[in-house]
Design a protein around this ligand. Structure first.
Ligand code: HEM
Length: 501
């Protein structure tokens, strides 16, 4: 064949593909245009600054489920859904067919073999053990004690200070520091003191943030690209390697110190006042594998890291969106304040438990701004979703919790409004919404294990802040979600704080 013949064939092929795309554009289905070679990636990149709204619009226009075609050979094709029937099918009814899968595991490498990153037997065994610890009253008491301590010794001094000096403060930074400290106290039995008036840069906390950013980066570039960067040790991958080193050094030090304390019975005294999860795990490890087994244990490192990841960012992101929504809705704020006699400075877990309107406002926040905005699965075998969409073997399946909260079909015409009242029944209790409709805490066998404890944490912090201070968002401060693994605010939340009389 002559070179001109080849060029002619290629030309005809390109024209054919372009005509196919043009046909789709003419049908005004611009969000679904599947270009030759690059697939739908250009559209995704154009919308990358607000990928959540783009996803929601696409799902709304396609009855709740849509297919994404990635570039050729990039292994980026996936099905995305917000349809409760599909959600229930994937997370519950056909759970065994939808593990997290190998792609997820590679991306979330810093989590090691911890619960968030494992499937099958390893996941089952870890879940059983964490469940056992979390049901323990000692754990709940410990979380409550740590929150109260951080409120009094960390948060109040900072809010008093910025209120007195009339300074602007980033509430997102404050709450993240709060949760990192209190979470380290519950998981590792150690307070890193990130929440002080100096806003110190703590190396392992910073490494934790970098790890999160790098993991997100791996989501948006093709696998071969980040692997190549990792091999060359450049860009985001270089940052990740360094952050991992810093973080692991910190973790293994905590583990070895605690192991020594357990061996020398030093923690017994501490235990009288509560216990931390690391100590509880070390004791089990030592019992099962002998005293020397625990100190350099990767299992302990992975477990503690997963518990820190699960417990820091999710409640803190939820709380920051809550403070913003309440500041924007003064009527909601006054209803929250009306619910409780505000003479106390802090409230116990038991006291916040009975606050129905506050609970409704928290659920409403997580409906519109679920901390985990998307859930990833990979099909083991070929399947057909209840919506009729075919899922190929090994195909990625995404559930958009963010879009689910904004679907008229689930929440009605006022789905975009912030209305805590929608959660309250005529009898004044909280309405139960099935988890396949309100999936902020996931559904099925992998439902969040920290749901109850995080409601307690969030309500205790919310009460302590709202009853003692008025939070006002700085004029012209632009609030929108960052494109990241957890739904944070891109520019933080810059506020003025006024102490209530
Ligand atoms: C507002 C707060 C929280 C939200 C919205 C939330 C949400 C979620 C979601 C969506 C999952 C499923 C993730 C997945 O399968 O990829 C999950 C899993 C999990 N969460 Fe939470 N979470 C919150 C707080 C917490 C807290 C405070 C803890 C405990 C310290 C915790 C512990 C866990 C654990 C251990 C899992 C893994 C469950 C499993 O795979 O079997 N979560 N959470």
């Amino acid at each position: 064949m002559e070179i001109f013949d080849i060029l002619a064939v290629v030309g005809v092929l390109i024209c054919f593909l372009l005509l196919r795309c043009w046909d789709q554009i003419r049908k005004l289905d611009a969000d679904k245009v599947n270009w030759p070679i690059v697939g739908m990636l250009p559209r995704l990149l154009v919308n990358s600054s607000n990928v959540y709204e783009y996803t929601t619009r696409t799902l709304r226009n396609n009855g709740g489920t849509s297919k994404f075609k990635g570039p050729w050979f990039a292994n980026m094709d996936f099905v995305i859904t917000s349809d409760p029937r599909n959600v229930h099918h994937i997370l519950s009814d056909n759970f065994a067919n939808y593990p997290k899968g190998p792609v997820y595991k590679k991306i979330f490498e810093p989590l090691g073999d911890g619960i968030l990153n494992s499937d099958s037997e390893s996941w089952r065994a870890q879940r059983k053990m964490i469940q056992l610890f979390m049901k323990n009253n000692k754990y709940k008491e410990l979380v409550e004690k740590n929150i109260l301590q951080k409120l009094v010794q960390g948060l109040f001094p900072i809010l008093d200070h910025v209120s007195r000096k009339e300074e602007i403060v980033d509430m997102q930074d404050v709450i993240q520091r709060f949760m990192y400290d209190s979470n380290c106290m519950s998981v590792l039995g150690f307070d890193p003191n990130c929440l002080t008036i100096e806003f110190p840069e703590v190396a392992h906390a910073k490494a934790f943030d970098i790890m999160e950013e790098a993991v997100f980066y791996r989501h948006i570039v093709p696998e071969f690209y980040w692997k190549f960067q990792k091999w060359l040790q450049i860009g985001e991958e270089k940052k990740l390697s360094r952050a991992l080193q810093t973080f692991d050094q910190f973790m293994y030090k905590c583990i070895s110190t605690r192991c020594e304390q357990v061996l020398n019975n030093i923690v017994e005294e501490k235990e009288a006042a509560g216990f931390d999860l690391l100590t509880a795990y070390i004791k089990v490890q030592m019992k099962e594998h002998g005293n020397s087994a625990a100190s350099s244990n990767k299992f302990l490192r992975d477990t503690a890291t997963n518990l820190l990841v699960a417990g820091r960012d999710t409640p803190s992101a939820g709380l920051v969106w809550f403070f913003w929504l309440v500041a924007e809705h003064p009527l909601v704020e006054s209803k929250i304040l009306e619910e409780k006699d505000g003479k106390l400075r802090v409230f116990s877990a038991e006291e916040v438990n009975g606050l129905v309107y506050l609970h409704a406002a928290m659920c409403e926040t997580l409906r519109l701004y679920p901390s985990v905005h998307t859930n990833h699965k990979a099909a083991v075998e070929e399947d057909t979703l209840p919506s009729g969409h075919r899922v190929r073997r090994k195909m990625q399946v995404l559930i958009s919790f963010y879009s689910m909260g904004r679907m008229e079909a689930i929440w009605g015409k006022d789905c975009l409004e912030f209305k805590p009242e929608r959660w309250i029944s005529d009898k004044g209790g909280i309405i139960h919404v099935p988890p396949y409709k309100f999936a902020a805490f996931n559904d099925g066998p992998r439902t969040c294990l920290g749901k109850d404890v995080s409601f307690i944490q969030m309500k205790m912090v919310a009460c302590a802040v709202l009853w003692n201070y008025h939070v006002q968002v700085v004029e012209d401060h632009q609030v929108f979600p960052s494109v990241a693994v957890v739904l944070h605010m891109k520019n933080g939340l810059r506020v003025r704080i006024t102490k209530r009389c």
